[in-house]
Design a protein around this ligand. Structure first.
Ligand code: H79
Length: 459
């Protein structure tokens, strides 16, 4: 246990913020100079995040041992008052696991098959540019050996530095690294927020403050100092956090992060009902795909099936094609897609997840040019047949037309884009015929990808 250090919120911090703001204002976007710059007070450089478009989320912790079931019950189970959810990382609360039984799972957590290099390699092969791991979910278990809590990896048989291994592997594969940290709900700590259910007693403000100062802030500090993450992912989703996550505490947490690592990106769900202007990117709700560009860097956290963490009885796998379409749709609106994996407790990725990762990665090998570093076309509604992404540079404008439905085989190009000069299948370079006025392109002969075919239109 270490004593909590007060955060210095002084001239030093002010100068960092000022410097950050200036640096931001001066930085040129070398990818697409037509991008609009929004007026926010995010002081970190978000260009890498916007260009990345695709990341891996990983939900992994003690709950992975139970795999969505406990004591003859499996999620969702309506016979229990709060059992109606697929989210297996909530198993402790939803399937009413006694506290001691749940905490004893720490003695079993020994991921002998965890190979950080393999995780990072798979993420990279899938075309992902960053990886975000649950360092502590709502159950309160820290996936590292924490100085400020005994409910942590240090109390398990695993004596490895899992987060450190992951940080090294991510660096090797050129992936940015992020941590999910549950700053609001913490079911283990006396002052941590509890599920917002009528039958749960929430901690008083004084108790929450103790948790905040003795566990939440110091653990965020530990993560930043030890592992130097590129981004943090906080989780609130409704007004029910208002009692504990006040704008003052939100800002205190942002100040702490900026004072240690000013370029670490912070998500809007640090305070979902009022993220304020200082956060760096907006996280949509779980599996929510907005229909418009949110105007700031944004991202959808998404599942492959219904649960986030490993669930042995969740067979609702989305197809690779569905997920490619969601990635493309988000990209066309300026957003990222943070696709989740729920590894087994032993550290391995389940086969259905691996297959999907590799299929999406295979699509991106051929079509990545149409996704990474592209811009949305805000002023044009998506055509009925698919989605559009843009890349503009001094030589002209390229529009990537992602065809999701060939309709009658001649697809209209939205008039506002003007007349295209030429067109080709992005994957193969095969020329695609344009109508005489360059206002439509015609389905090329030969086999086209059954997923999403990308036509590169040059203007
Ligand atoms: O860590 C994962 C979840 O355990 C945690 N956030 C993700 C990233 C989370 N737990 N609960 N919630 C988020 C609130 C979820 C609310 C939901 Fe819905 C209700 C999900 C589905 C129905 C409303 C509608 C919000 C998204 C869609």
């Amino acid at each position: 246990m270490k004593t909590f250090k007060l955060i210095s919120n002084t001239l030093f911090l002010a100068s960092i913020l000022l410097f950050g703001a200036l640096a931001n204002a001066c930085s040129l976007n070398n990818k697409d100079k037509t991008r609009k710059t929004e007026v926010t007070e995010s002081s970190a450089d978000t260009d890498w995040f916007r260009d990345a478009r695709f990341g891996m989320f990983v939900h992994w912790g003690l709950y992975s041992i139970l795999g969505g079931s406990y004591n003859g019950h499996t999620l969702p189970d309506e016979s229990l008052s709060h059992g109606k959810s697929w989210y297996s990382e909530w198993v402790q609360m939803r399937l009413e696991v006694p506290t001691k039984t749940y905490h004893d799972l720490a003695k079993q957590f020994n991921p002998v098959n965890f190979d950080a290099d393999e995780w990072a390699r798979e993420a990279s092969l899938a075309g992902m540019k960053y990886l975000v791991l649950t360092s502590k979910h709502h159950d309160g278990f820290a996936l590292w050996d924490s100085d400020v809590s005994n409910f942590d990896l240090g109390s398990s048989p695993c004596k490895r530095d899992l987060l450190g291994e992951l940080a090294t592997a991510c660096r090797k594969y050129g992936l940015k690294l992020g941590f999910y940290y549950s700053h609001w709900q913490d079911w283990e700590c006396e002052g941590g927020a509890q599920p917002d259910w009528e039958d749960k007693v929430q901690p008083s403000d004084a108790m929450f403050q103790k948790y905040w100062q003795k566990k939440s802030l110091p653990q965020v500090r530990e993560l930043l100092e030890r592992y130097k993450p590129d981004m943090l992912w906080f989780d609130t989703w409704s007004e029910s956090c208002k009692e504990h996550i006040t704008p003052k505490r939100r800002d205190e947490l942002i100040d702490l992060i900026r004072s240690i690592k000013p370029d670490c990106l912070i998500n809007g769900r640090i305070c979902a009902y009022d993220p304020g202007p200082r956060v760096d990117y907006i996280s949509a709700f779980d599996n929510e795909h907005p229909e418009k560009n949110l105007g700031r860097p944004w991202q959808t956290p998404a599942t492959m099936y219904k649960s986030w963490a490993w669930h042995a009885n969740d067979f609702n796998w989305k197809s690779s094609e569905q997920m490619i379409k969601l990635l493309v749709t988000n990209a066309s609106l300026g957003g990222n897609y943070l696709l989740n994996i729920g590894p087994y407790a032993n550290g391995k990725f389940p086969a259905p997840a691996l297959r999907r990762l590799r299929e999406i990665g295979a699509w991106l090998v051929a079509n990545g040019e149409s996704i990474y570093g592209t811009s949305p076309i805000d002023e044009i509604e998506a055509p009925s047949w698919g989605r559009l992404c843009k890349r503009a540079n001094t030589r002209g404008t390229i529009i990537y037309a992602h065809v999701m439905d060939w309709e009658n085989g001649t697809l209209a190009i939205p008039e506002k884009l003007g007349q295209a000069k030429s067109a080709m299948v992005l994957e193969t370079g095969q020329k695609v015929e344009l109508t005489q006025n360059g206002q439509a392109f015609i389905k090329p002969n030969g086999a086209l990808d059954h997923n999403v075919a990308t036509i590169k239109l040059i203007f």
